[in-house]
Design a protein around this ligand. Structure first.
Ligand SMILES: CC(C)(COP(=O)(O)OP(=O)(O)OC[C@H]1O[C@@H](n2cnc3c(N)ncnc32)[C@H](O)[C@@H]1OP(=O)(O)O)[C@@H](O)C(=O)NCCC(=O)NCCS
Length: 154
C-alpha cells in the first residue's frame, strides 16, 4: 500500500474527527468518549505555533483519503537538556491495517522528533494490545516502566 505521511491540514478536520471519534474510530477502540470541545480544542492545537502538539496523517496515494494519524507532543525532562517527544495517539483505519501504515506513522514521528532536536520518543500501550505490540517490538523496545495514574483523574 502506497501512503504519504504529511502534517495535518485544516481541511482534514472532518475526516480526522471521523477517525478520532466516529464509528470504529480511535476513541471507540478505547471504549471512550470525549466532549466535542476537547476534540475541537485538540484539533486547533495542531495549528497553534505556541502549542507543542502536532499531528501527522497517512494519506492513501491511490484514493487521496486520510486513513490514519499519529499525534505527538514535546516536553521538558529533568534527564536531558533536549526535550522528549511523546507519541500520544496512533490510529490506522481498520480496513487499512497490516500494510505498513502504522510503521510509517511512527517513522514519521521519529523524523519530526529529530527535527525538533528531541533526544527520546516514547509512548504507552495497553498490556492487552498485542496487535500494536507486534509493531512496537519492531520499531522500539519495551522500556520496562509501568504507568500509574492519580485516582479520579481524567
Ligand atoms: C496499532 C496499529 C496503529 C498498527 O497499524 P498497522 O498499519 O496495522 O501496522 P503496520 O502494518 O505498520 O505494522 C504491523 C507490524 O506488526 C506486525 N503484525 C501486526 N499484527 C500482526 C499479527 N496479527 N500477526 C503477525 N504480525 C503482525 C506486522 O508484521 C507488521 O510488521 P512489518 O512492518 O515488519 O511487516 C493499528 O492496528 C491500529 O490503529 N489499531 C487500533 C488503535 C491502536 O491500537 N492504536 C495504538 C494504541 S497504543
Amino acid at each position: 500500500m502506497s501512503v504519504t505521511i504529511r502534517p495535518i491540514e485544516k481541511k482534514d478536520k472532518e475526516v480526522w474527527l471521523h477517525l478520532w471519534a466516529g464509528p470504529g474510530g480511535y476513541l471507540e477502540f478505547y471504549k471512550s468518549k470525549l466532549p466535542e470541545a476537547v476534540s475541537n480544542n485538540t484539533f486547533e492545537r495542531f495549528f497553534d505555533e505556541s502549542e507543542p502538539v502536532w499531528c501527522g496523517v497517512a494519506v492513501d496515494d491511490k484514493t487521496g483519503k486520510v486513513i490514519g494519524f499519529a499525534t505527538y507532543l514535546s516536553h521538558r525532562t529533568t534527564w536531558a537538556i533536549e526535550d522528549y517527544v511523546y507519541l500520544n495517539d496512533l490510529f490506522v483505519s481498520a480496513d487499512c491495517r497490516l500494510h505498513g501504515v502504522g510503521r510509517k506513522l511512527i517513522e514519521y514521528v521519529y523524523a519530526e522528533a529529530d527535527k525538533l532536536g528531541a533526544c527520546r520518543v516514547y509512548w504507552h500501550t495497553q498490556f492487552e494490545n498485542h496487535r500494536a505490540q507486534m509493531l512496537y517490538t519492531k520499531v522500539g523496545f519495551k522500556s520496562g516502566f509501568l504507568t500509574y495514574q492519580r485516582p479520579n483523574s481524567k
